[in-house]
Design a protein around this ligand. Structure first.
Ligand code: FAD
Length: 468
């Protein structure tokens, strides 16, 4: 195998492998290296395993409360080994698929740790210590991120877990302390609460899911409390010690010190870029103080011919953002005149209920001084929401007051993750509220909330009481 490439990708997560596939599709000789597994964080220890467990937990909970629909189930049990096997079978299927796609498109795959020798050369060392040297005209750095650790809570994946350990448990912990109320902590905390753990969340800031519209996060916060999860905002975990019968944790809640016992501690206080070990200085590159690489709108770093994409260039750390950046970087390398546009980049939180957003949130639009109109439609008014036993939540449409152009859409409620796709398309097309309102939506569906919220933004919602 010749090791001279026109493009070489470091990291085969959703950023890197998509970039490699797009490069190959554009007729560019491409290689890719990964030191752990094809599919990166997302497929192996992130999006996919978490969503598999969340689905199982939701199903378990749903069956448990199906008696109000006249369905009685006796002897409902959760078998964590069976669940982990199912989860792993999905991971395997998807990661094998990535390997097949890369091979099928003619991308050379190297398993090993890559580091720059100079701006056009990379050494890849496999787990047996064998080095392969590759040369390339361009490189794409897609090395992703890893969990941030906090003093006093060193991650050992036994007592103190990162998301990786938490998604691999073979027993449901009796009690779980989640440190950090961001999306990863809440998704995993919620799933274990549904499986029967007594879950406590501590978040240093004043609200859960910082950055999201508080009107949305409030719905999730209330549902957590309703389902027995203890939530403390403005609180922090100070340290812990191993005691008989559990982990004794010192918490600071409302300025007071408290000691509580837990089975497991999950630390989800954010993620930091993986740039160490790449010998970036040899390629003429520097990171910022936090380790992130800076790029322009064409994903080009300060070093000619070197691009960076995905978590390694910063927030939002999302798989589809990494993939989109991968496609754009590949097209730039192929000489296409493209730039990245984040306007219709969606974000989803798979809590109960789910949250999704695309475009501007109300507080962001107001902070920009925009003249906006806001429409809301509650799920409780939808036949489908009631027949699926999911009446919580709403759709919110933010539009420009004068032009009626849609600036943003948020959803909190069942299937928010699916409903946001239509809103993304609306933003991509530069749609106005009338475009959403005039589109006939099948009945009964949750998607009917979108045209209603769009109409509400201009005071014309059909299934709403007249304002006096
Ligand atoms: P990664 O997926 O992290 O891939 C980077 C790859 O680079 C890794 O495979 C690593 O082994 C490799 N690598 C690093 N350094 C080197 C080196 N020197 N040499 C060779 N290889 C190297 N996002 C969503 O959009 N939706 C979700 O539902 C979602 N859920 C998540 C749940 C959890 C628990 C976690 C942790 C994350 C979740 N994410 C989700 C985030 C998502 O996983 C990341 O945003 C995404 O994986 C980033 O892709 P990437 O390609 O930038 O990096």
């Amino acid at each position: 195998m010749s090791t001279d490439y026109r493009a070489f990708v470091i990291g085969a997560g959703p950023g890197g492998y998509v970039a490699a596939l797009r490069l190959a599709q554009l007729g560019i000789k491409t290689g890719i290296a990964d030191r752990t597994a094809l599919g990166g964080t997302c497929l192996n220890i992130g999006c996919i395993p978490s969503k598999a467990l969340i689905t199982a937990a939701k199903t378990y909970e749903k069956i448990g409360r199906a008696d109000k629909m006249g369905i009685t189930v006796k002897g409902l049990e959760i078998d964590m080994n069976g669940l982990q096997k199912w989860k792993q079978s999905i991971v395997k299927r998807l990661t094998t698929g990535v390997g097949a796609l890369l091979k099928g498109n003619g991308v050379d795959v190297f398993m090993g740790n890559a580091r720059f020798r100079d701006r056009s050369t990379v050494d890849i060392v496999d787990d047996k210590g064998k080095t392969t040297t590759v040369r390339s005209q361009s490189f794409i750095i897609a090395t992703g991120s890893r969990p941030i650790e906090i003093p006093g809570f060193e991650i050992d994946e036994k007592n103190v877990l990162s998301s990786t350990g938490a998604l691999d448990l073979d027993q449901v912990p009796r009690s779980l302390l989640v440190i950090g109320g961001g999306y990863i902590g809440l998704e995993i905390g919620t799933l274990y609460a549904k499986l029967g753990s007594k879950v406590t969340v501590v978040e240093m800031l004043d609200s859960l899911l910082p950055g999201f519209d508080p009107e949305l996060t409030d719905v999730v916060h209330k549902k957590l409390l309703k389902s027995g999860v203890e939530v403390h905002t403005g609180a922090r975990a100070v340290g812990y010690s191993k005691k008989r019968g559990g982990l004794e944790v010192e918490l600071q809640i409302s300025g007071k010190s408290e000691t509580r016992k837990f089975d497991k501690i999950l630390v989800t206080v954010g993620r930091r870029p993986v740039t160490d070990g790449l010998d970036l200085d040899r390629a003429g590159l520097k990171t910022d103080a936090k380790g992130f690489l800076s790029v322009n709108e064409r994903l080009q770093t300060a070093a000619p011919g070197i691009y960076a994409i995905g978590d390694v260039i910063g927030n939002p750390m999302l798989a589809h953002k990494a993939s989109k950046e991968g496609e754009v970087a590949a097209e730039v390398i192929a000489g296409k005149n493209v730039v990245l546009d984040y306007r219709s980049m969606p974000a989803v939180v798979f809590t109960d209920p789910e949250i999704s957003s695309v475009g501007l949130m109300e507080h962001e639009a107001r902070a920009k001084g925009l003249d906006i109109t806001v429409g809301k439609y509650n799920f409780v008014g939808l036949g489908r929401a009631l027949t699926t036993d999911a009446p919580e939540g709403f759709v919110k449409v933010i539009a420009a007051a004068g032009t009626r152009e849609i600036l943003g859409v948020q959803v909190v409620g069942a299937e928010a993750s699916e409903l946001i796709a239509e809103a993304g398309l609306a933003l991509e097309f530069g749609a106005e509220v009338d475009d959403l309102a005039l589109t006939v939506h099948a009945h009964p569906t949750l998607a009917e909330a979108l045209p209603e919220a769009a109409r509400a933004a201009v005071g014309e919602a059909i299934h709403a009481l007249k304002k006096r």
